[in-house]
Design a protein around this ligand. Sequence first.
Ligand code: KPL
Length: 304
Amino acid sequence: MQHWHILGAGAIGGLFATLLQDAGTPCTLLLRDNDPDLVAGNACITLRRGEQLHRHRFAVSACSDRSPVAHLLVCTKACDIVPAIAAVGHRLVPGATVLLLANGLGYQDQVRGRWPQLDCFAGSTTEGAFREARRSICHAGHGSTLVGQPGRAAAPDWFTTWRELPISCEWSADIDTVLWRKLAINCAINPVTALHHCPNGALAERPDLAALVRELCTEIRAVAIAAGQEQAVRDLHPQVMTVIRATASNRSSMLQDVLAGRATEIDYLTGYLLAQAQRFGLEAPWNATLLAAVKALTAGPAPS
Ligand code: KPL
């Protein structure tokens, strides 16, 4: 029997926890040592779909506890993944299954490098879920979830449970392409919205921003192709415009982070892209400008 532990029970982590629990798979939320739900010994997540509310009660466990973890789903932000896994590193059994479901690239290699004994998988999801309150999630729209492991064609046994979830959840024999495509789209949208404090749709409506998105796509394509990821950036600009129109009223995740004063995922999006550009001797000046500008936005006040 699989028992999944969830690190990062925000919108996506909470959604998957409820889906797995509904499918009969035990799930435990891993919480920081100071989380108030640890006192109660359990946590309730309310999931809203339209008018319908579903309440789910979960077992909870402090990261610092000692009971073993064999299946770990990590849904934190990209910049929190390595420290979050480090906080439960002592509990992970050798060969534990770890599924990283987050935006961006770069942390997958960091995790594999630091914990080579783990069986590490990566995924990307476009399920439309957002947090309405601390443990209340709205599942606003269906998307698709792809999971894979570089170089692995066939899904492992544990994935049977995931494939049967009542959402579109498939194994990808080419997860690198999936992750690169998502990275490319996020690099073209998220930093622009974060800097201009605008919903995604403004990138199609405002000619200056639309022109910037086009320049970004040209640079992103060149870097991806140099990195051997041509398939991921085929038709990148039309794909980006499709996502912009489909999510026109959304605030990108990076804009939400900036507005909330949180760290952004820029290092694992544009930062990763620029590291690849450097590796292949390419310039990507529009992306470099955005990286610096977003970092300046979220840097603390200059020391006096
Ligand atoms: O994935 C997204 C994000 O905000 O991180 C997009 C596709 C840009 C939708 O907002």
